[in-house]
Design a protein around this ligand. Structure first.
Ligand SMILES: [Zn+2]
Length: 304
């Protein structure tokens, strides 16, 4: 099927019309302008993934409570497109946006949703803007029954205010930008991110959440599942565990280089990680080495 190229402004295709197992795939938006692709996460479920226009979003349609909860609102200028997409699958109102963190490609659309929409963000997510923001420190629960949502903050990593959004009854989690696919993470040190804390934060995530097998990250390709209409490939819990180990081994290698007397540029050039990470993108590696050096130096120089 084609996306966003139809002559009419809205394209809706239901899996039922096509027959067979699978989900719903929808594109919403103006032709050749803004289009988000929307896929149901599993057949018959009411959790949808919205791709494009910023970080990957989720929309949860809670028929019992008569409301829709969004995870991330995409970049500024995309709020209406997100609303149009949701309106293709339900008439229920979006009441709540959960921001996985404050970056503009996740929270930029906040202010473009109806002013009655509640924003939920971590208390350190300074960039989350728009209608009044409800914040929390460690955990928060929303909805109930099959759509129950548990929010967790495990510590600094990508930013100082990252949230993990877990649907325990569905075995689904949105990890925001804590997991950068199979690539070294982006660390926003200016907004509380930490290369030294990153492994501890992901180790807590890996240890304290059980029963999740479908993981959506904030970015990265989500190719179609072969032979199943509308369904997308997601990350697994094993991917999260491997990523936690990657950040741990990365930090260990940088510490070793520092202890050997290398400067940050030399440490980045000399960085060697175990073979299991050979496929990892390392575009962020040098930046991360420098961030870790700055943090370790600050710790060593701090008065005891
Ligand atoms: Zn981010």
């Amino acid at each position: 099927m084609r996306w966003g190229t139809a002559a009419c402004p809205l394209v809706a295709v239901g899996a039922l019309a096509l027959g067979g197992p699978g989900g719903v795939a929808i594109a919403a938006g103006q032709p050749a302008a803004k289009t988000v692709r929307m896929h149901s996460l599993s057949p018959g479920d009411t959790v949808y993934v919205l791709l494009d226009g910023g970080g990957h979003s989720l929309a949860v349609v809670d028929e019992d409570r008569g409301e829709v909860v969004l995870v991330d609102a995409k970049s500024a200028g995309w709020g209406q497109t997100v609303m149009d997409a949701v309106a293709l699958v339900t008439e229920l109102p979006v009441t709540t946006i959960i921001n996985t963190h404050g970056h503009a490609d996740h929270a930029g659309g906040n202010g473009e949703l109806p002013p009655t929409t509640r924003i939920i963000a971590h208390e350190n997510a300074a960039g989350a803007s728009g209608p009044p923001v409800t914040t929390f420190r460690d955990t928060l629960s929303l909805l109930d029954g099959p759509n129950r949502i548990e929010l967790y903050h495990f510590g600094p990593a990508h930013t100082g205010g990252d949230i993990v959004v877990v649907f325990p009854e569905k075995g689904v989690a949105h990890v925001g930008d804590l997991v950068n696919g199979k690539a070294a993470p982006v660390i926003d040190a200016a907004h509380g991110g930490s290369g030294v804390a990153y492994p501890e934060t992901l180790a807590r995530l890996a240890a304290e959440i059980d029963g999740v097998d479908t993981v959506i990250a904030g970015h990265g390709a989500m190719p179609p599942v072969p032979g199943v209409h509308g369904m997308l490939q997601t990350m697994t819990w094993a991917d999260v565990e491997e990523y936690a180990a990657f950040t741990r081994d990365f930090l260990a290698a940088v510490r070793e280089a520092m202890d050997a007397g290398l400067d940050a540029a030399e440490a980045a050039a000399a960085l060697r990680l175990p073979e299991r990470y050979a496929g990892y993108g390392m575009e962020q590696a040098e930046a991360n080495v420098r961030i870790i050096y700055d943090e370790l130096r600050a710790r060593r120089e701090a008065p005891q």
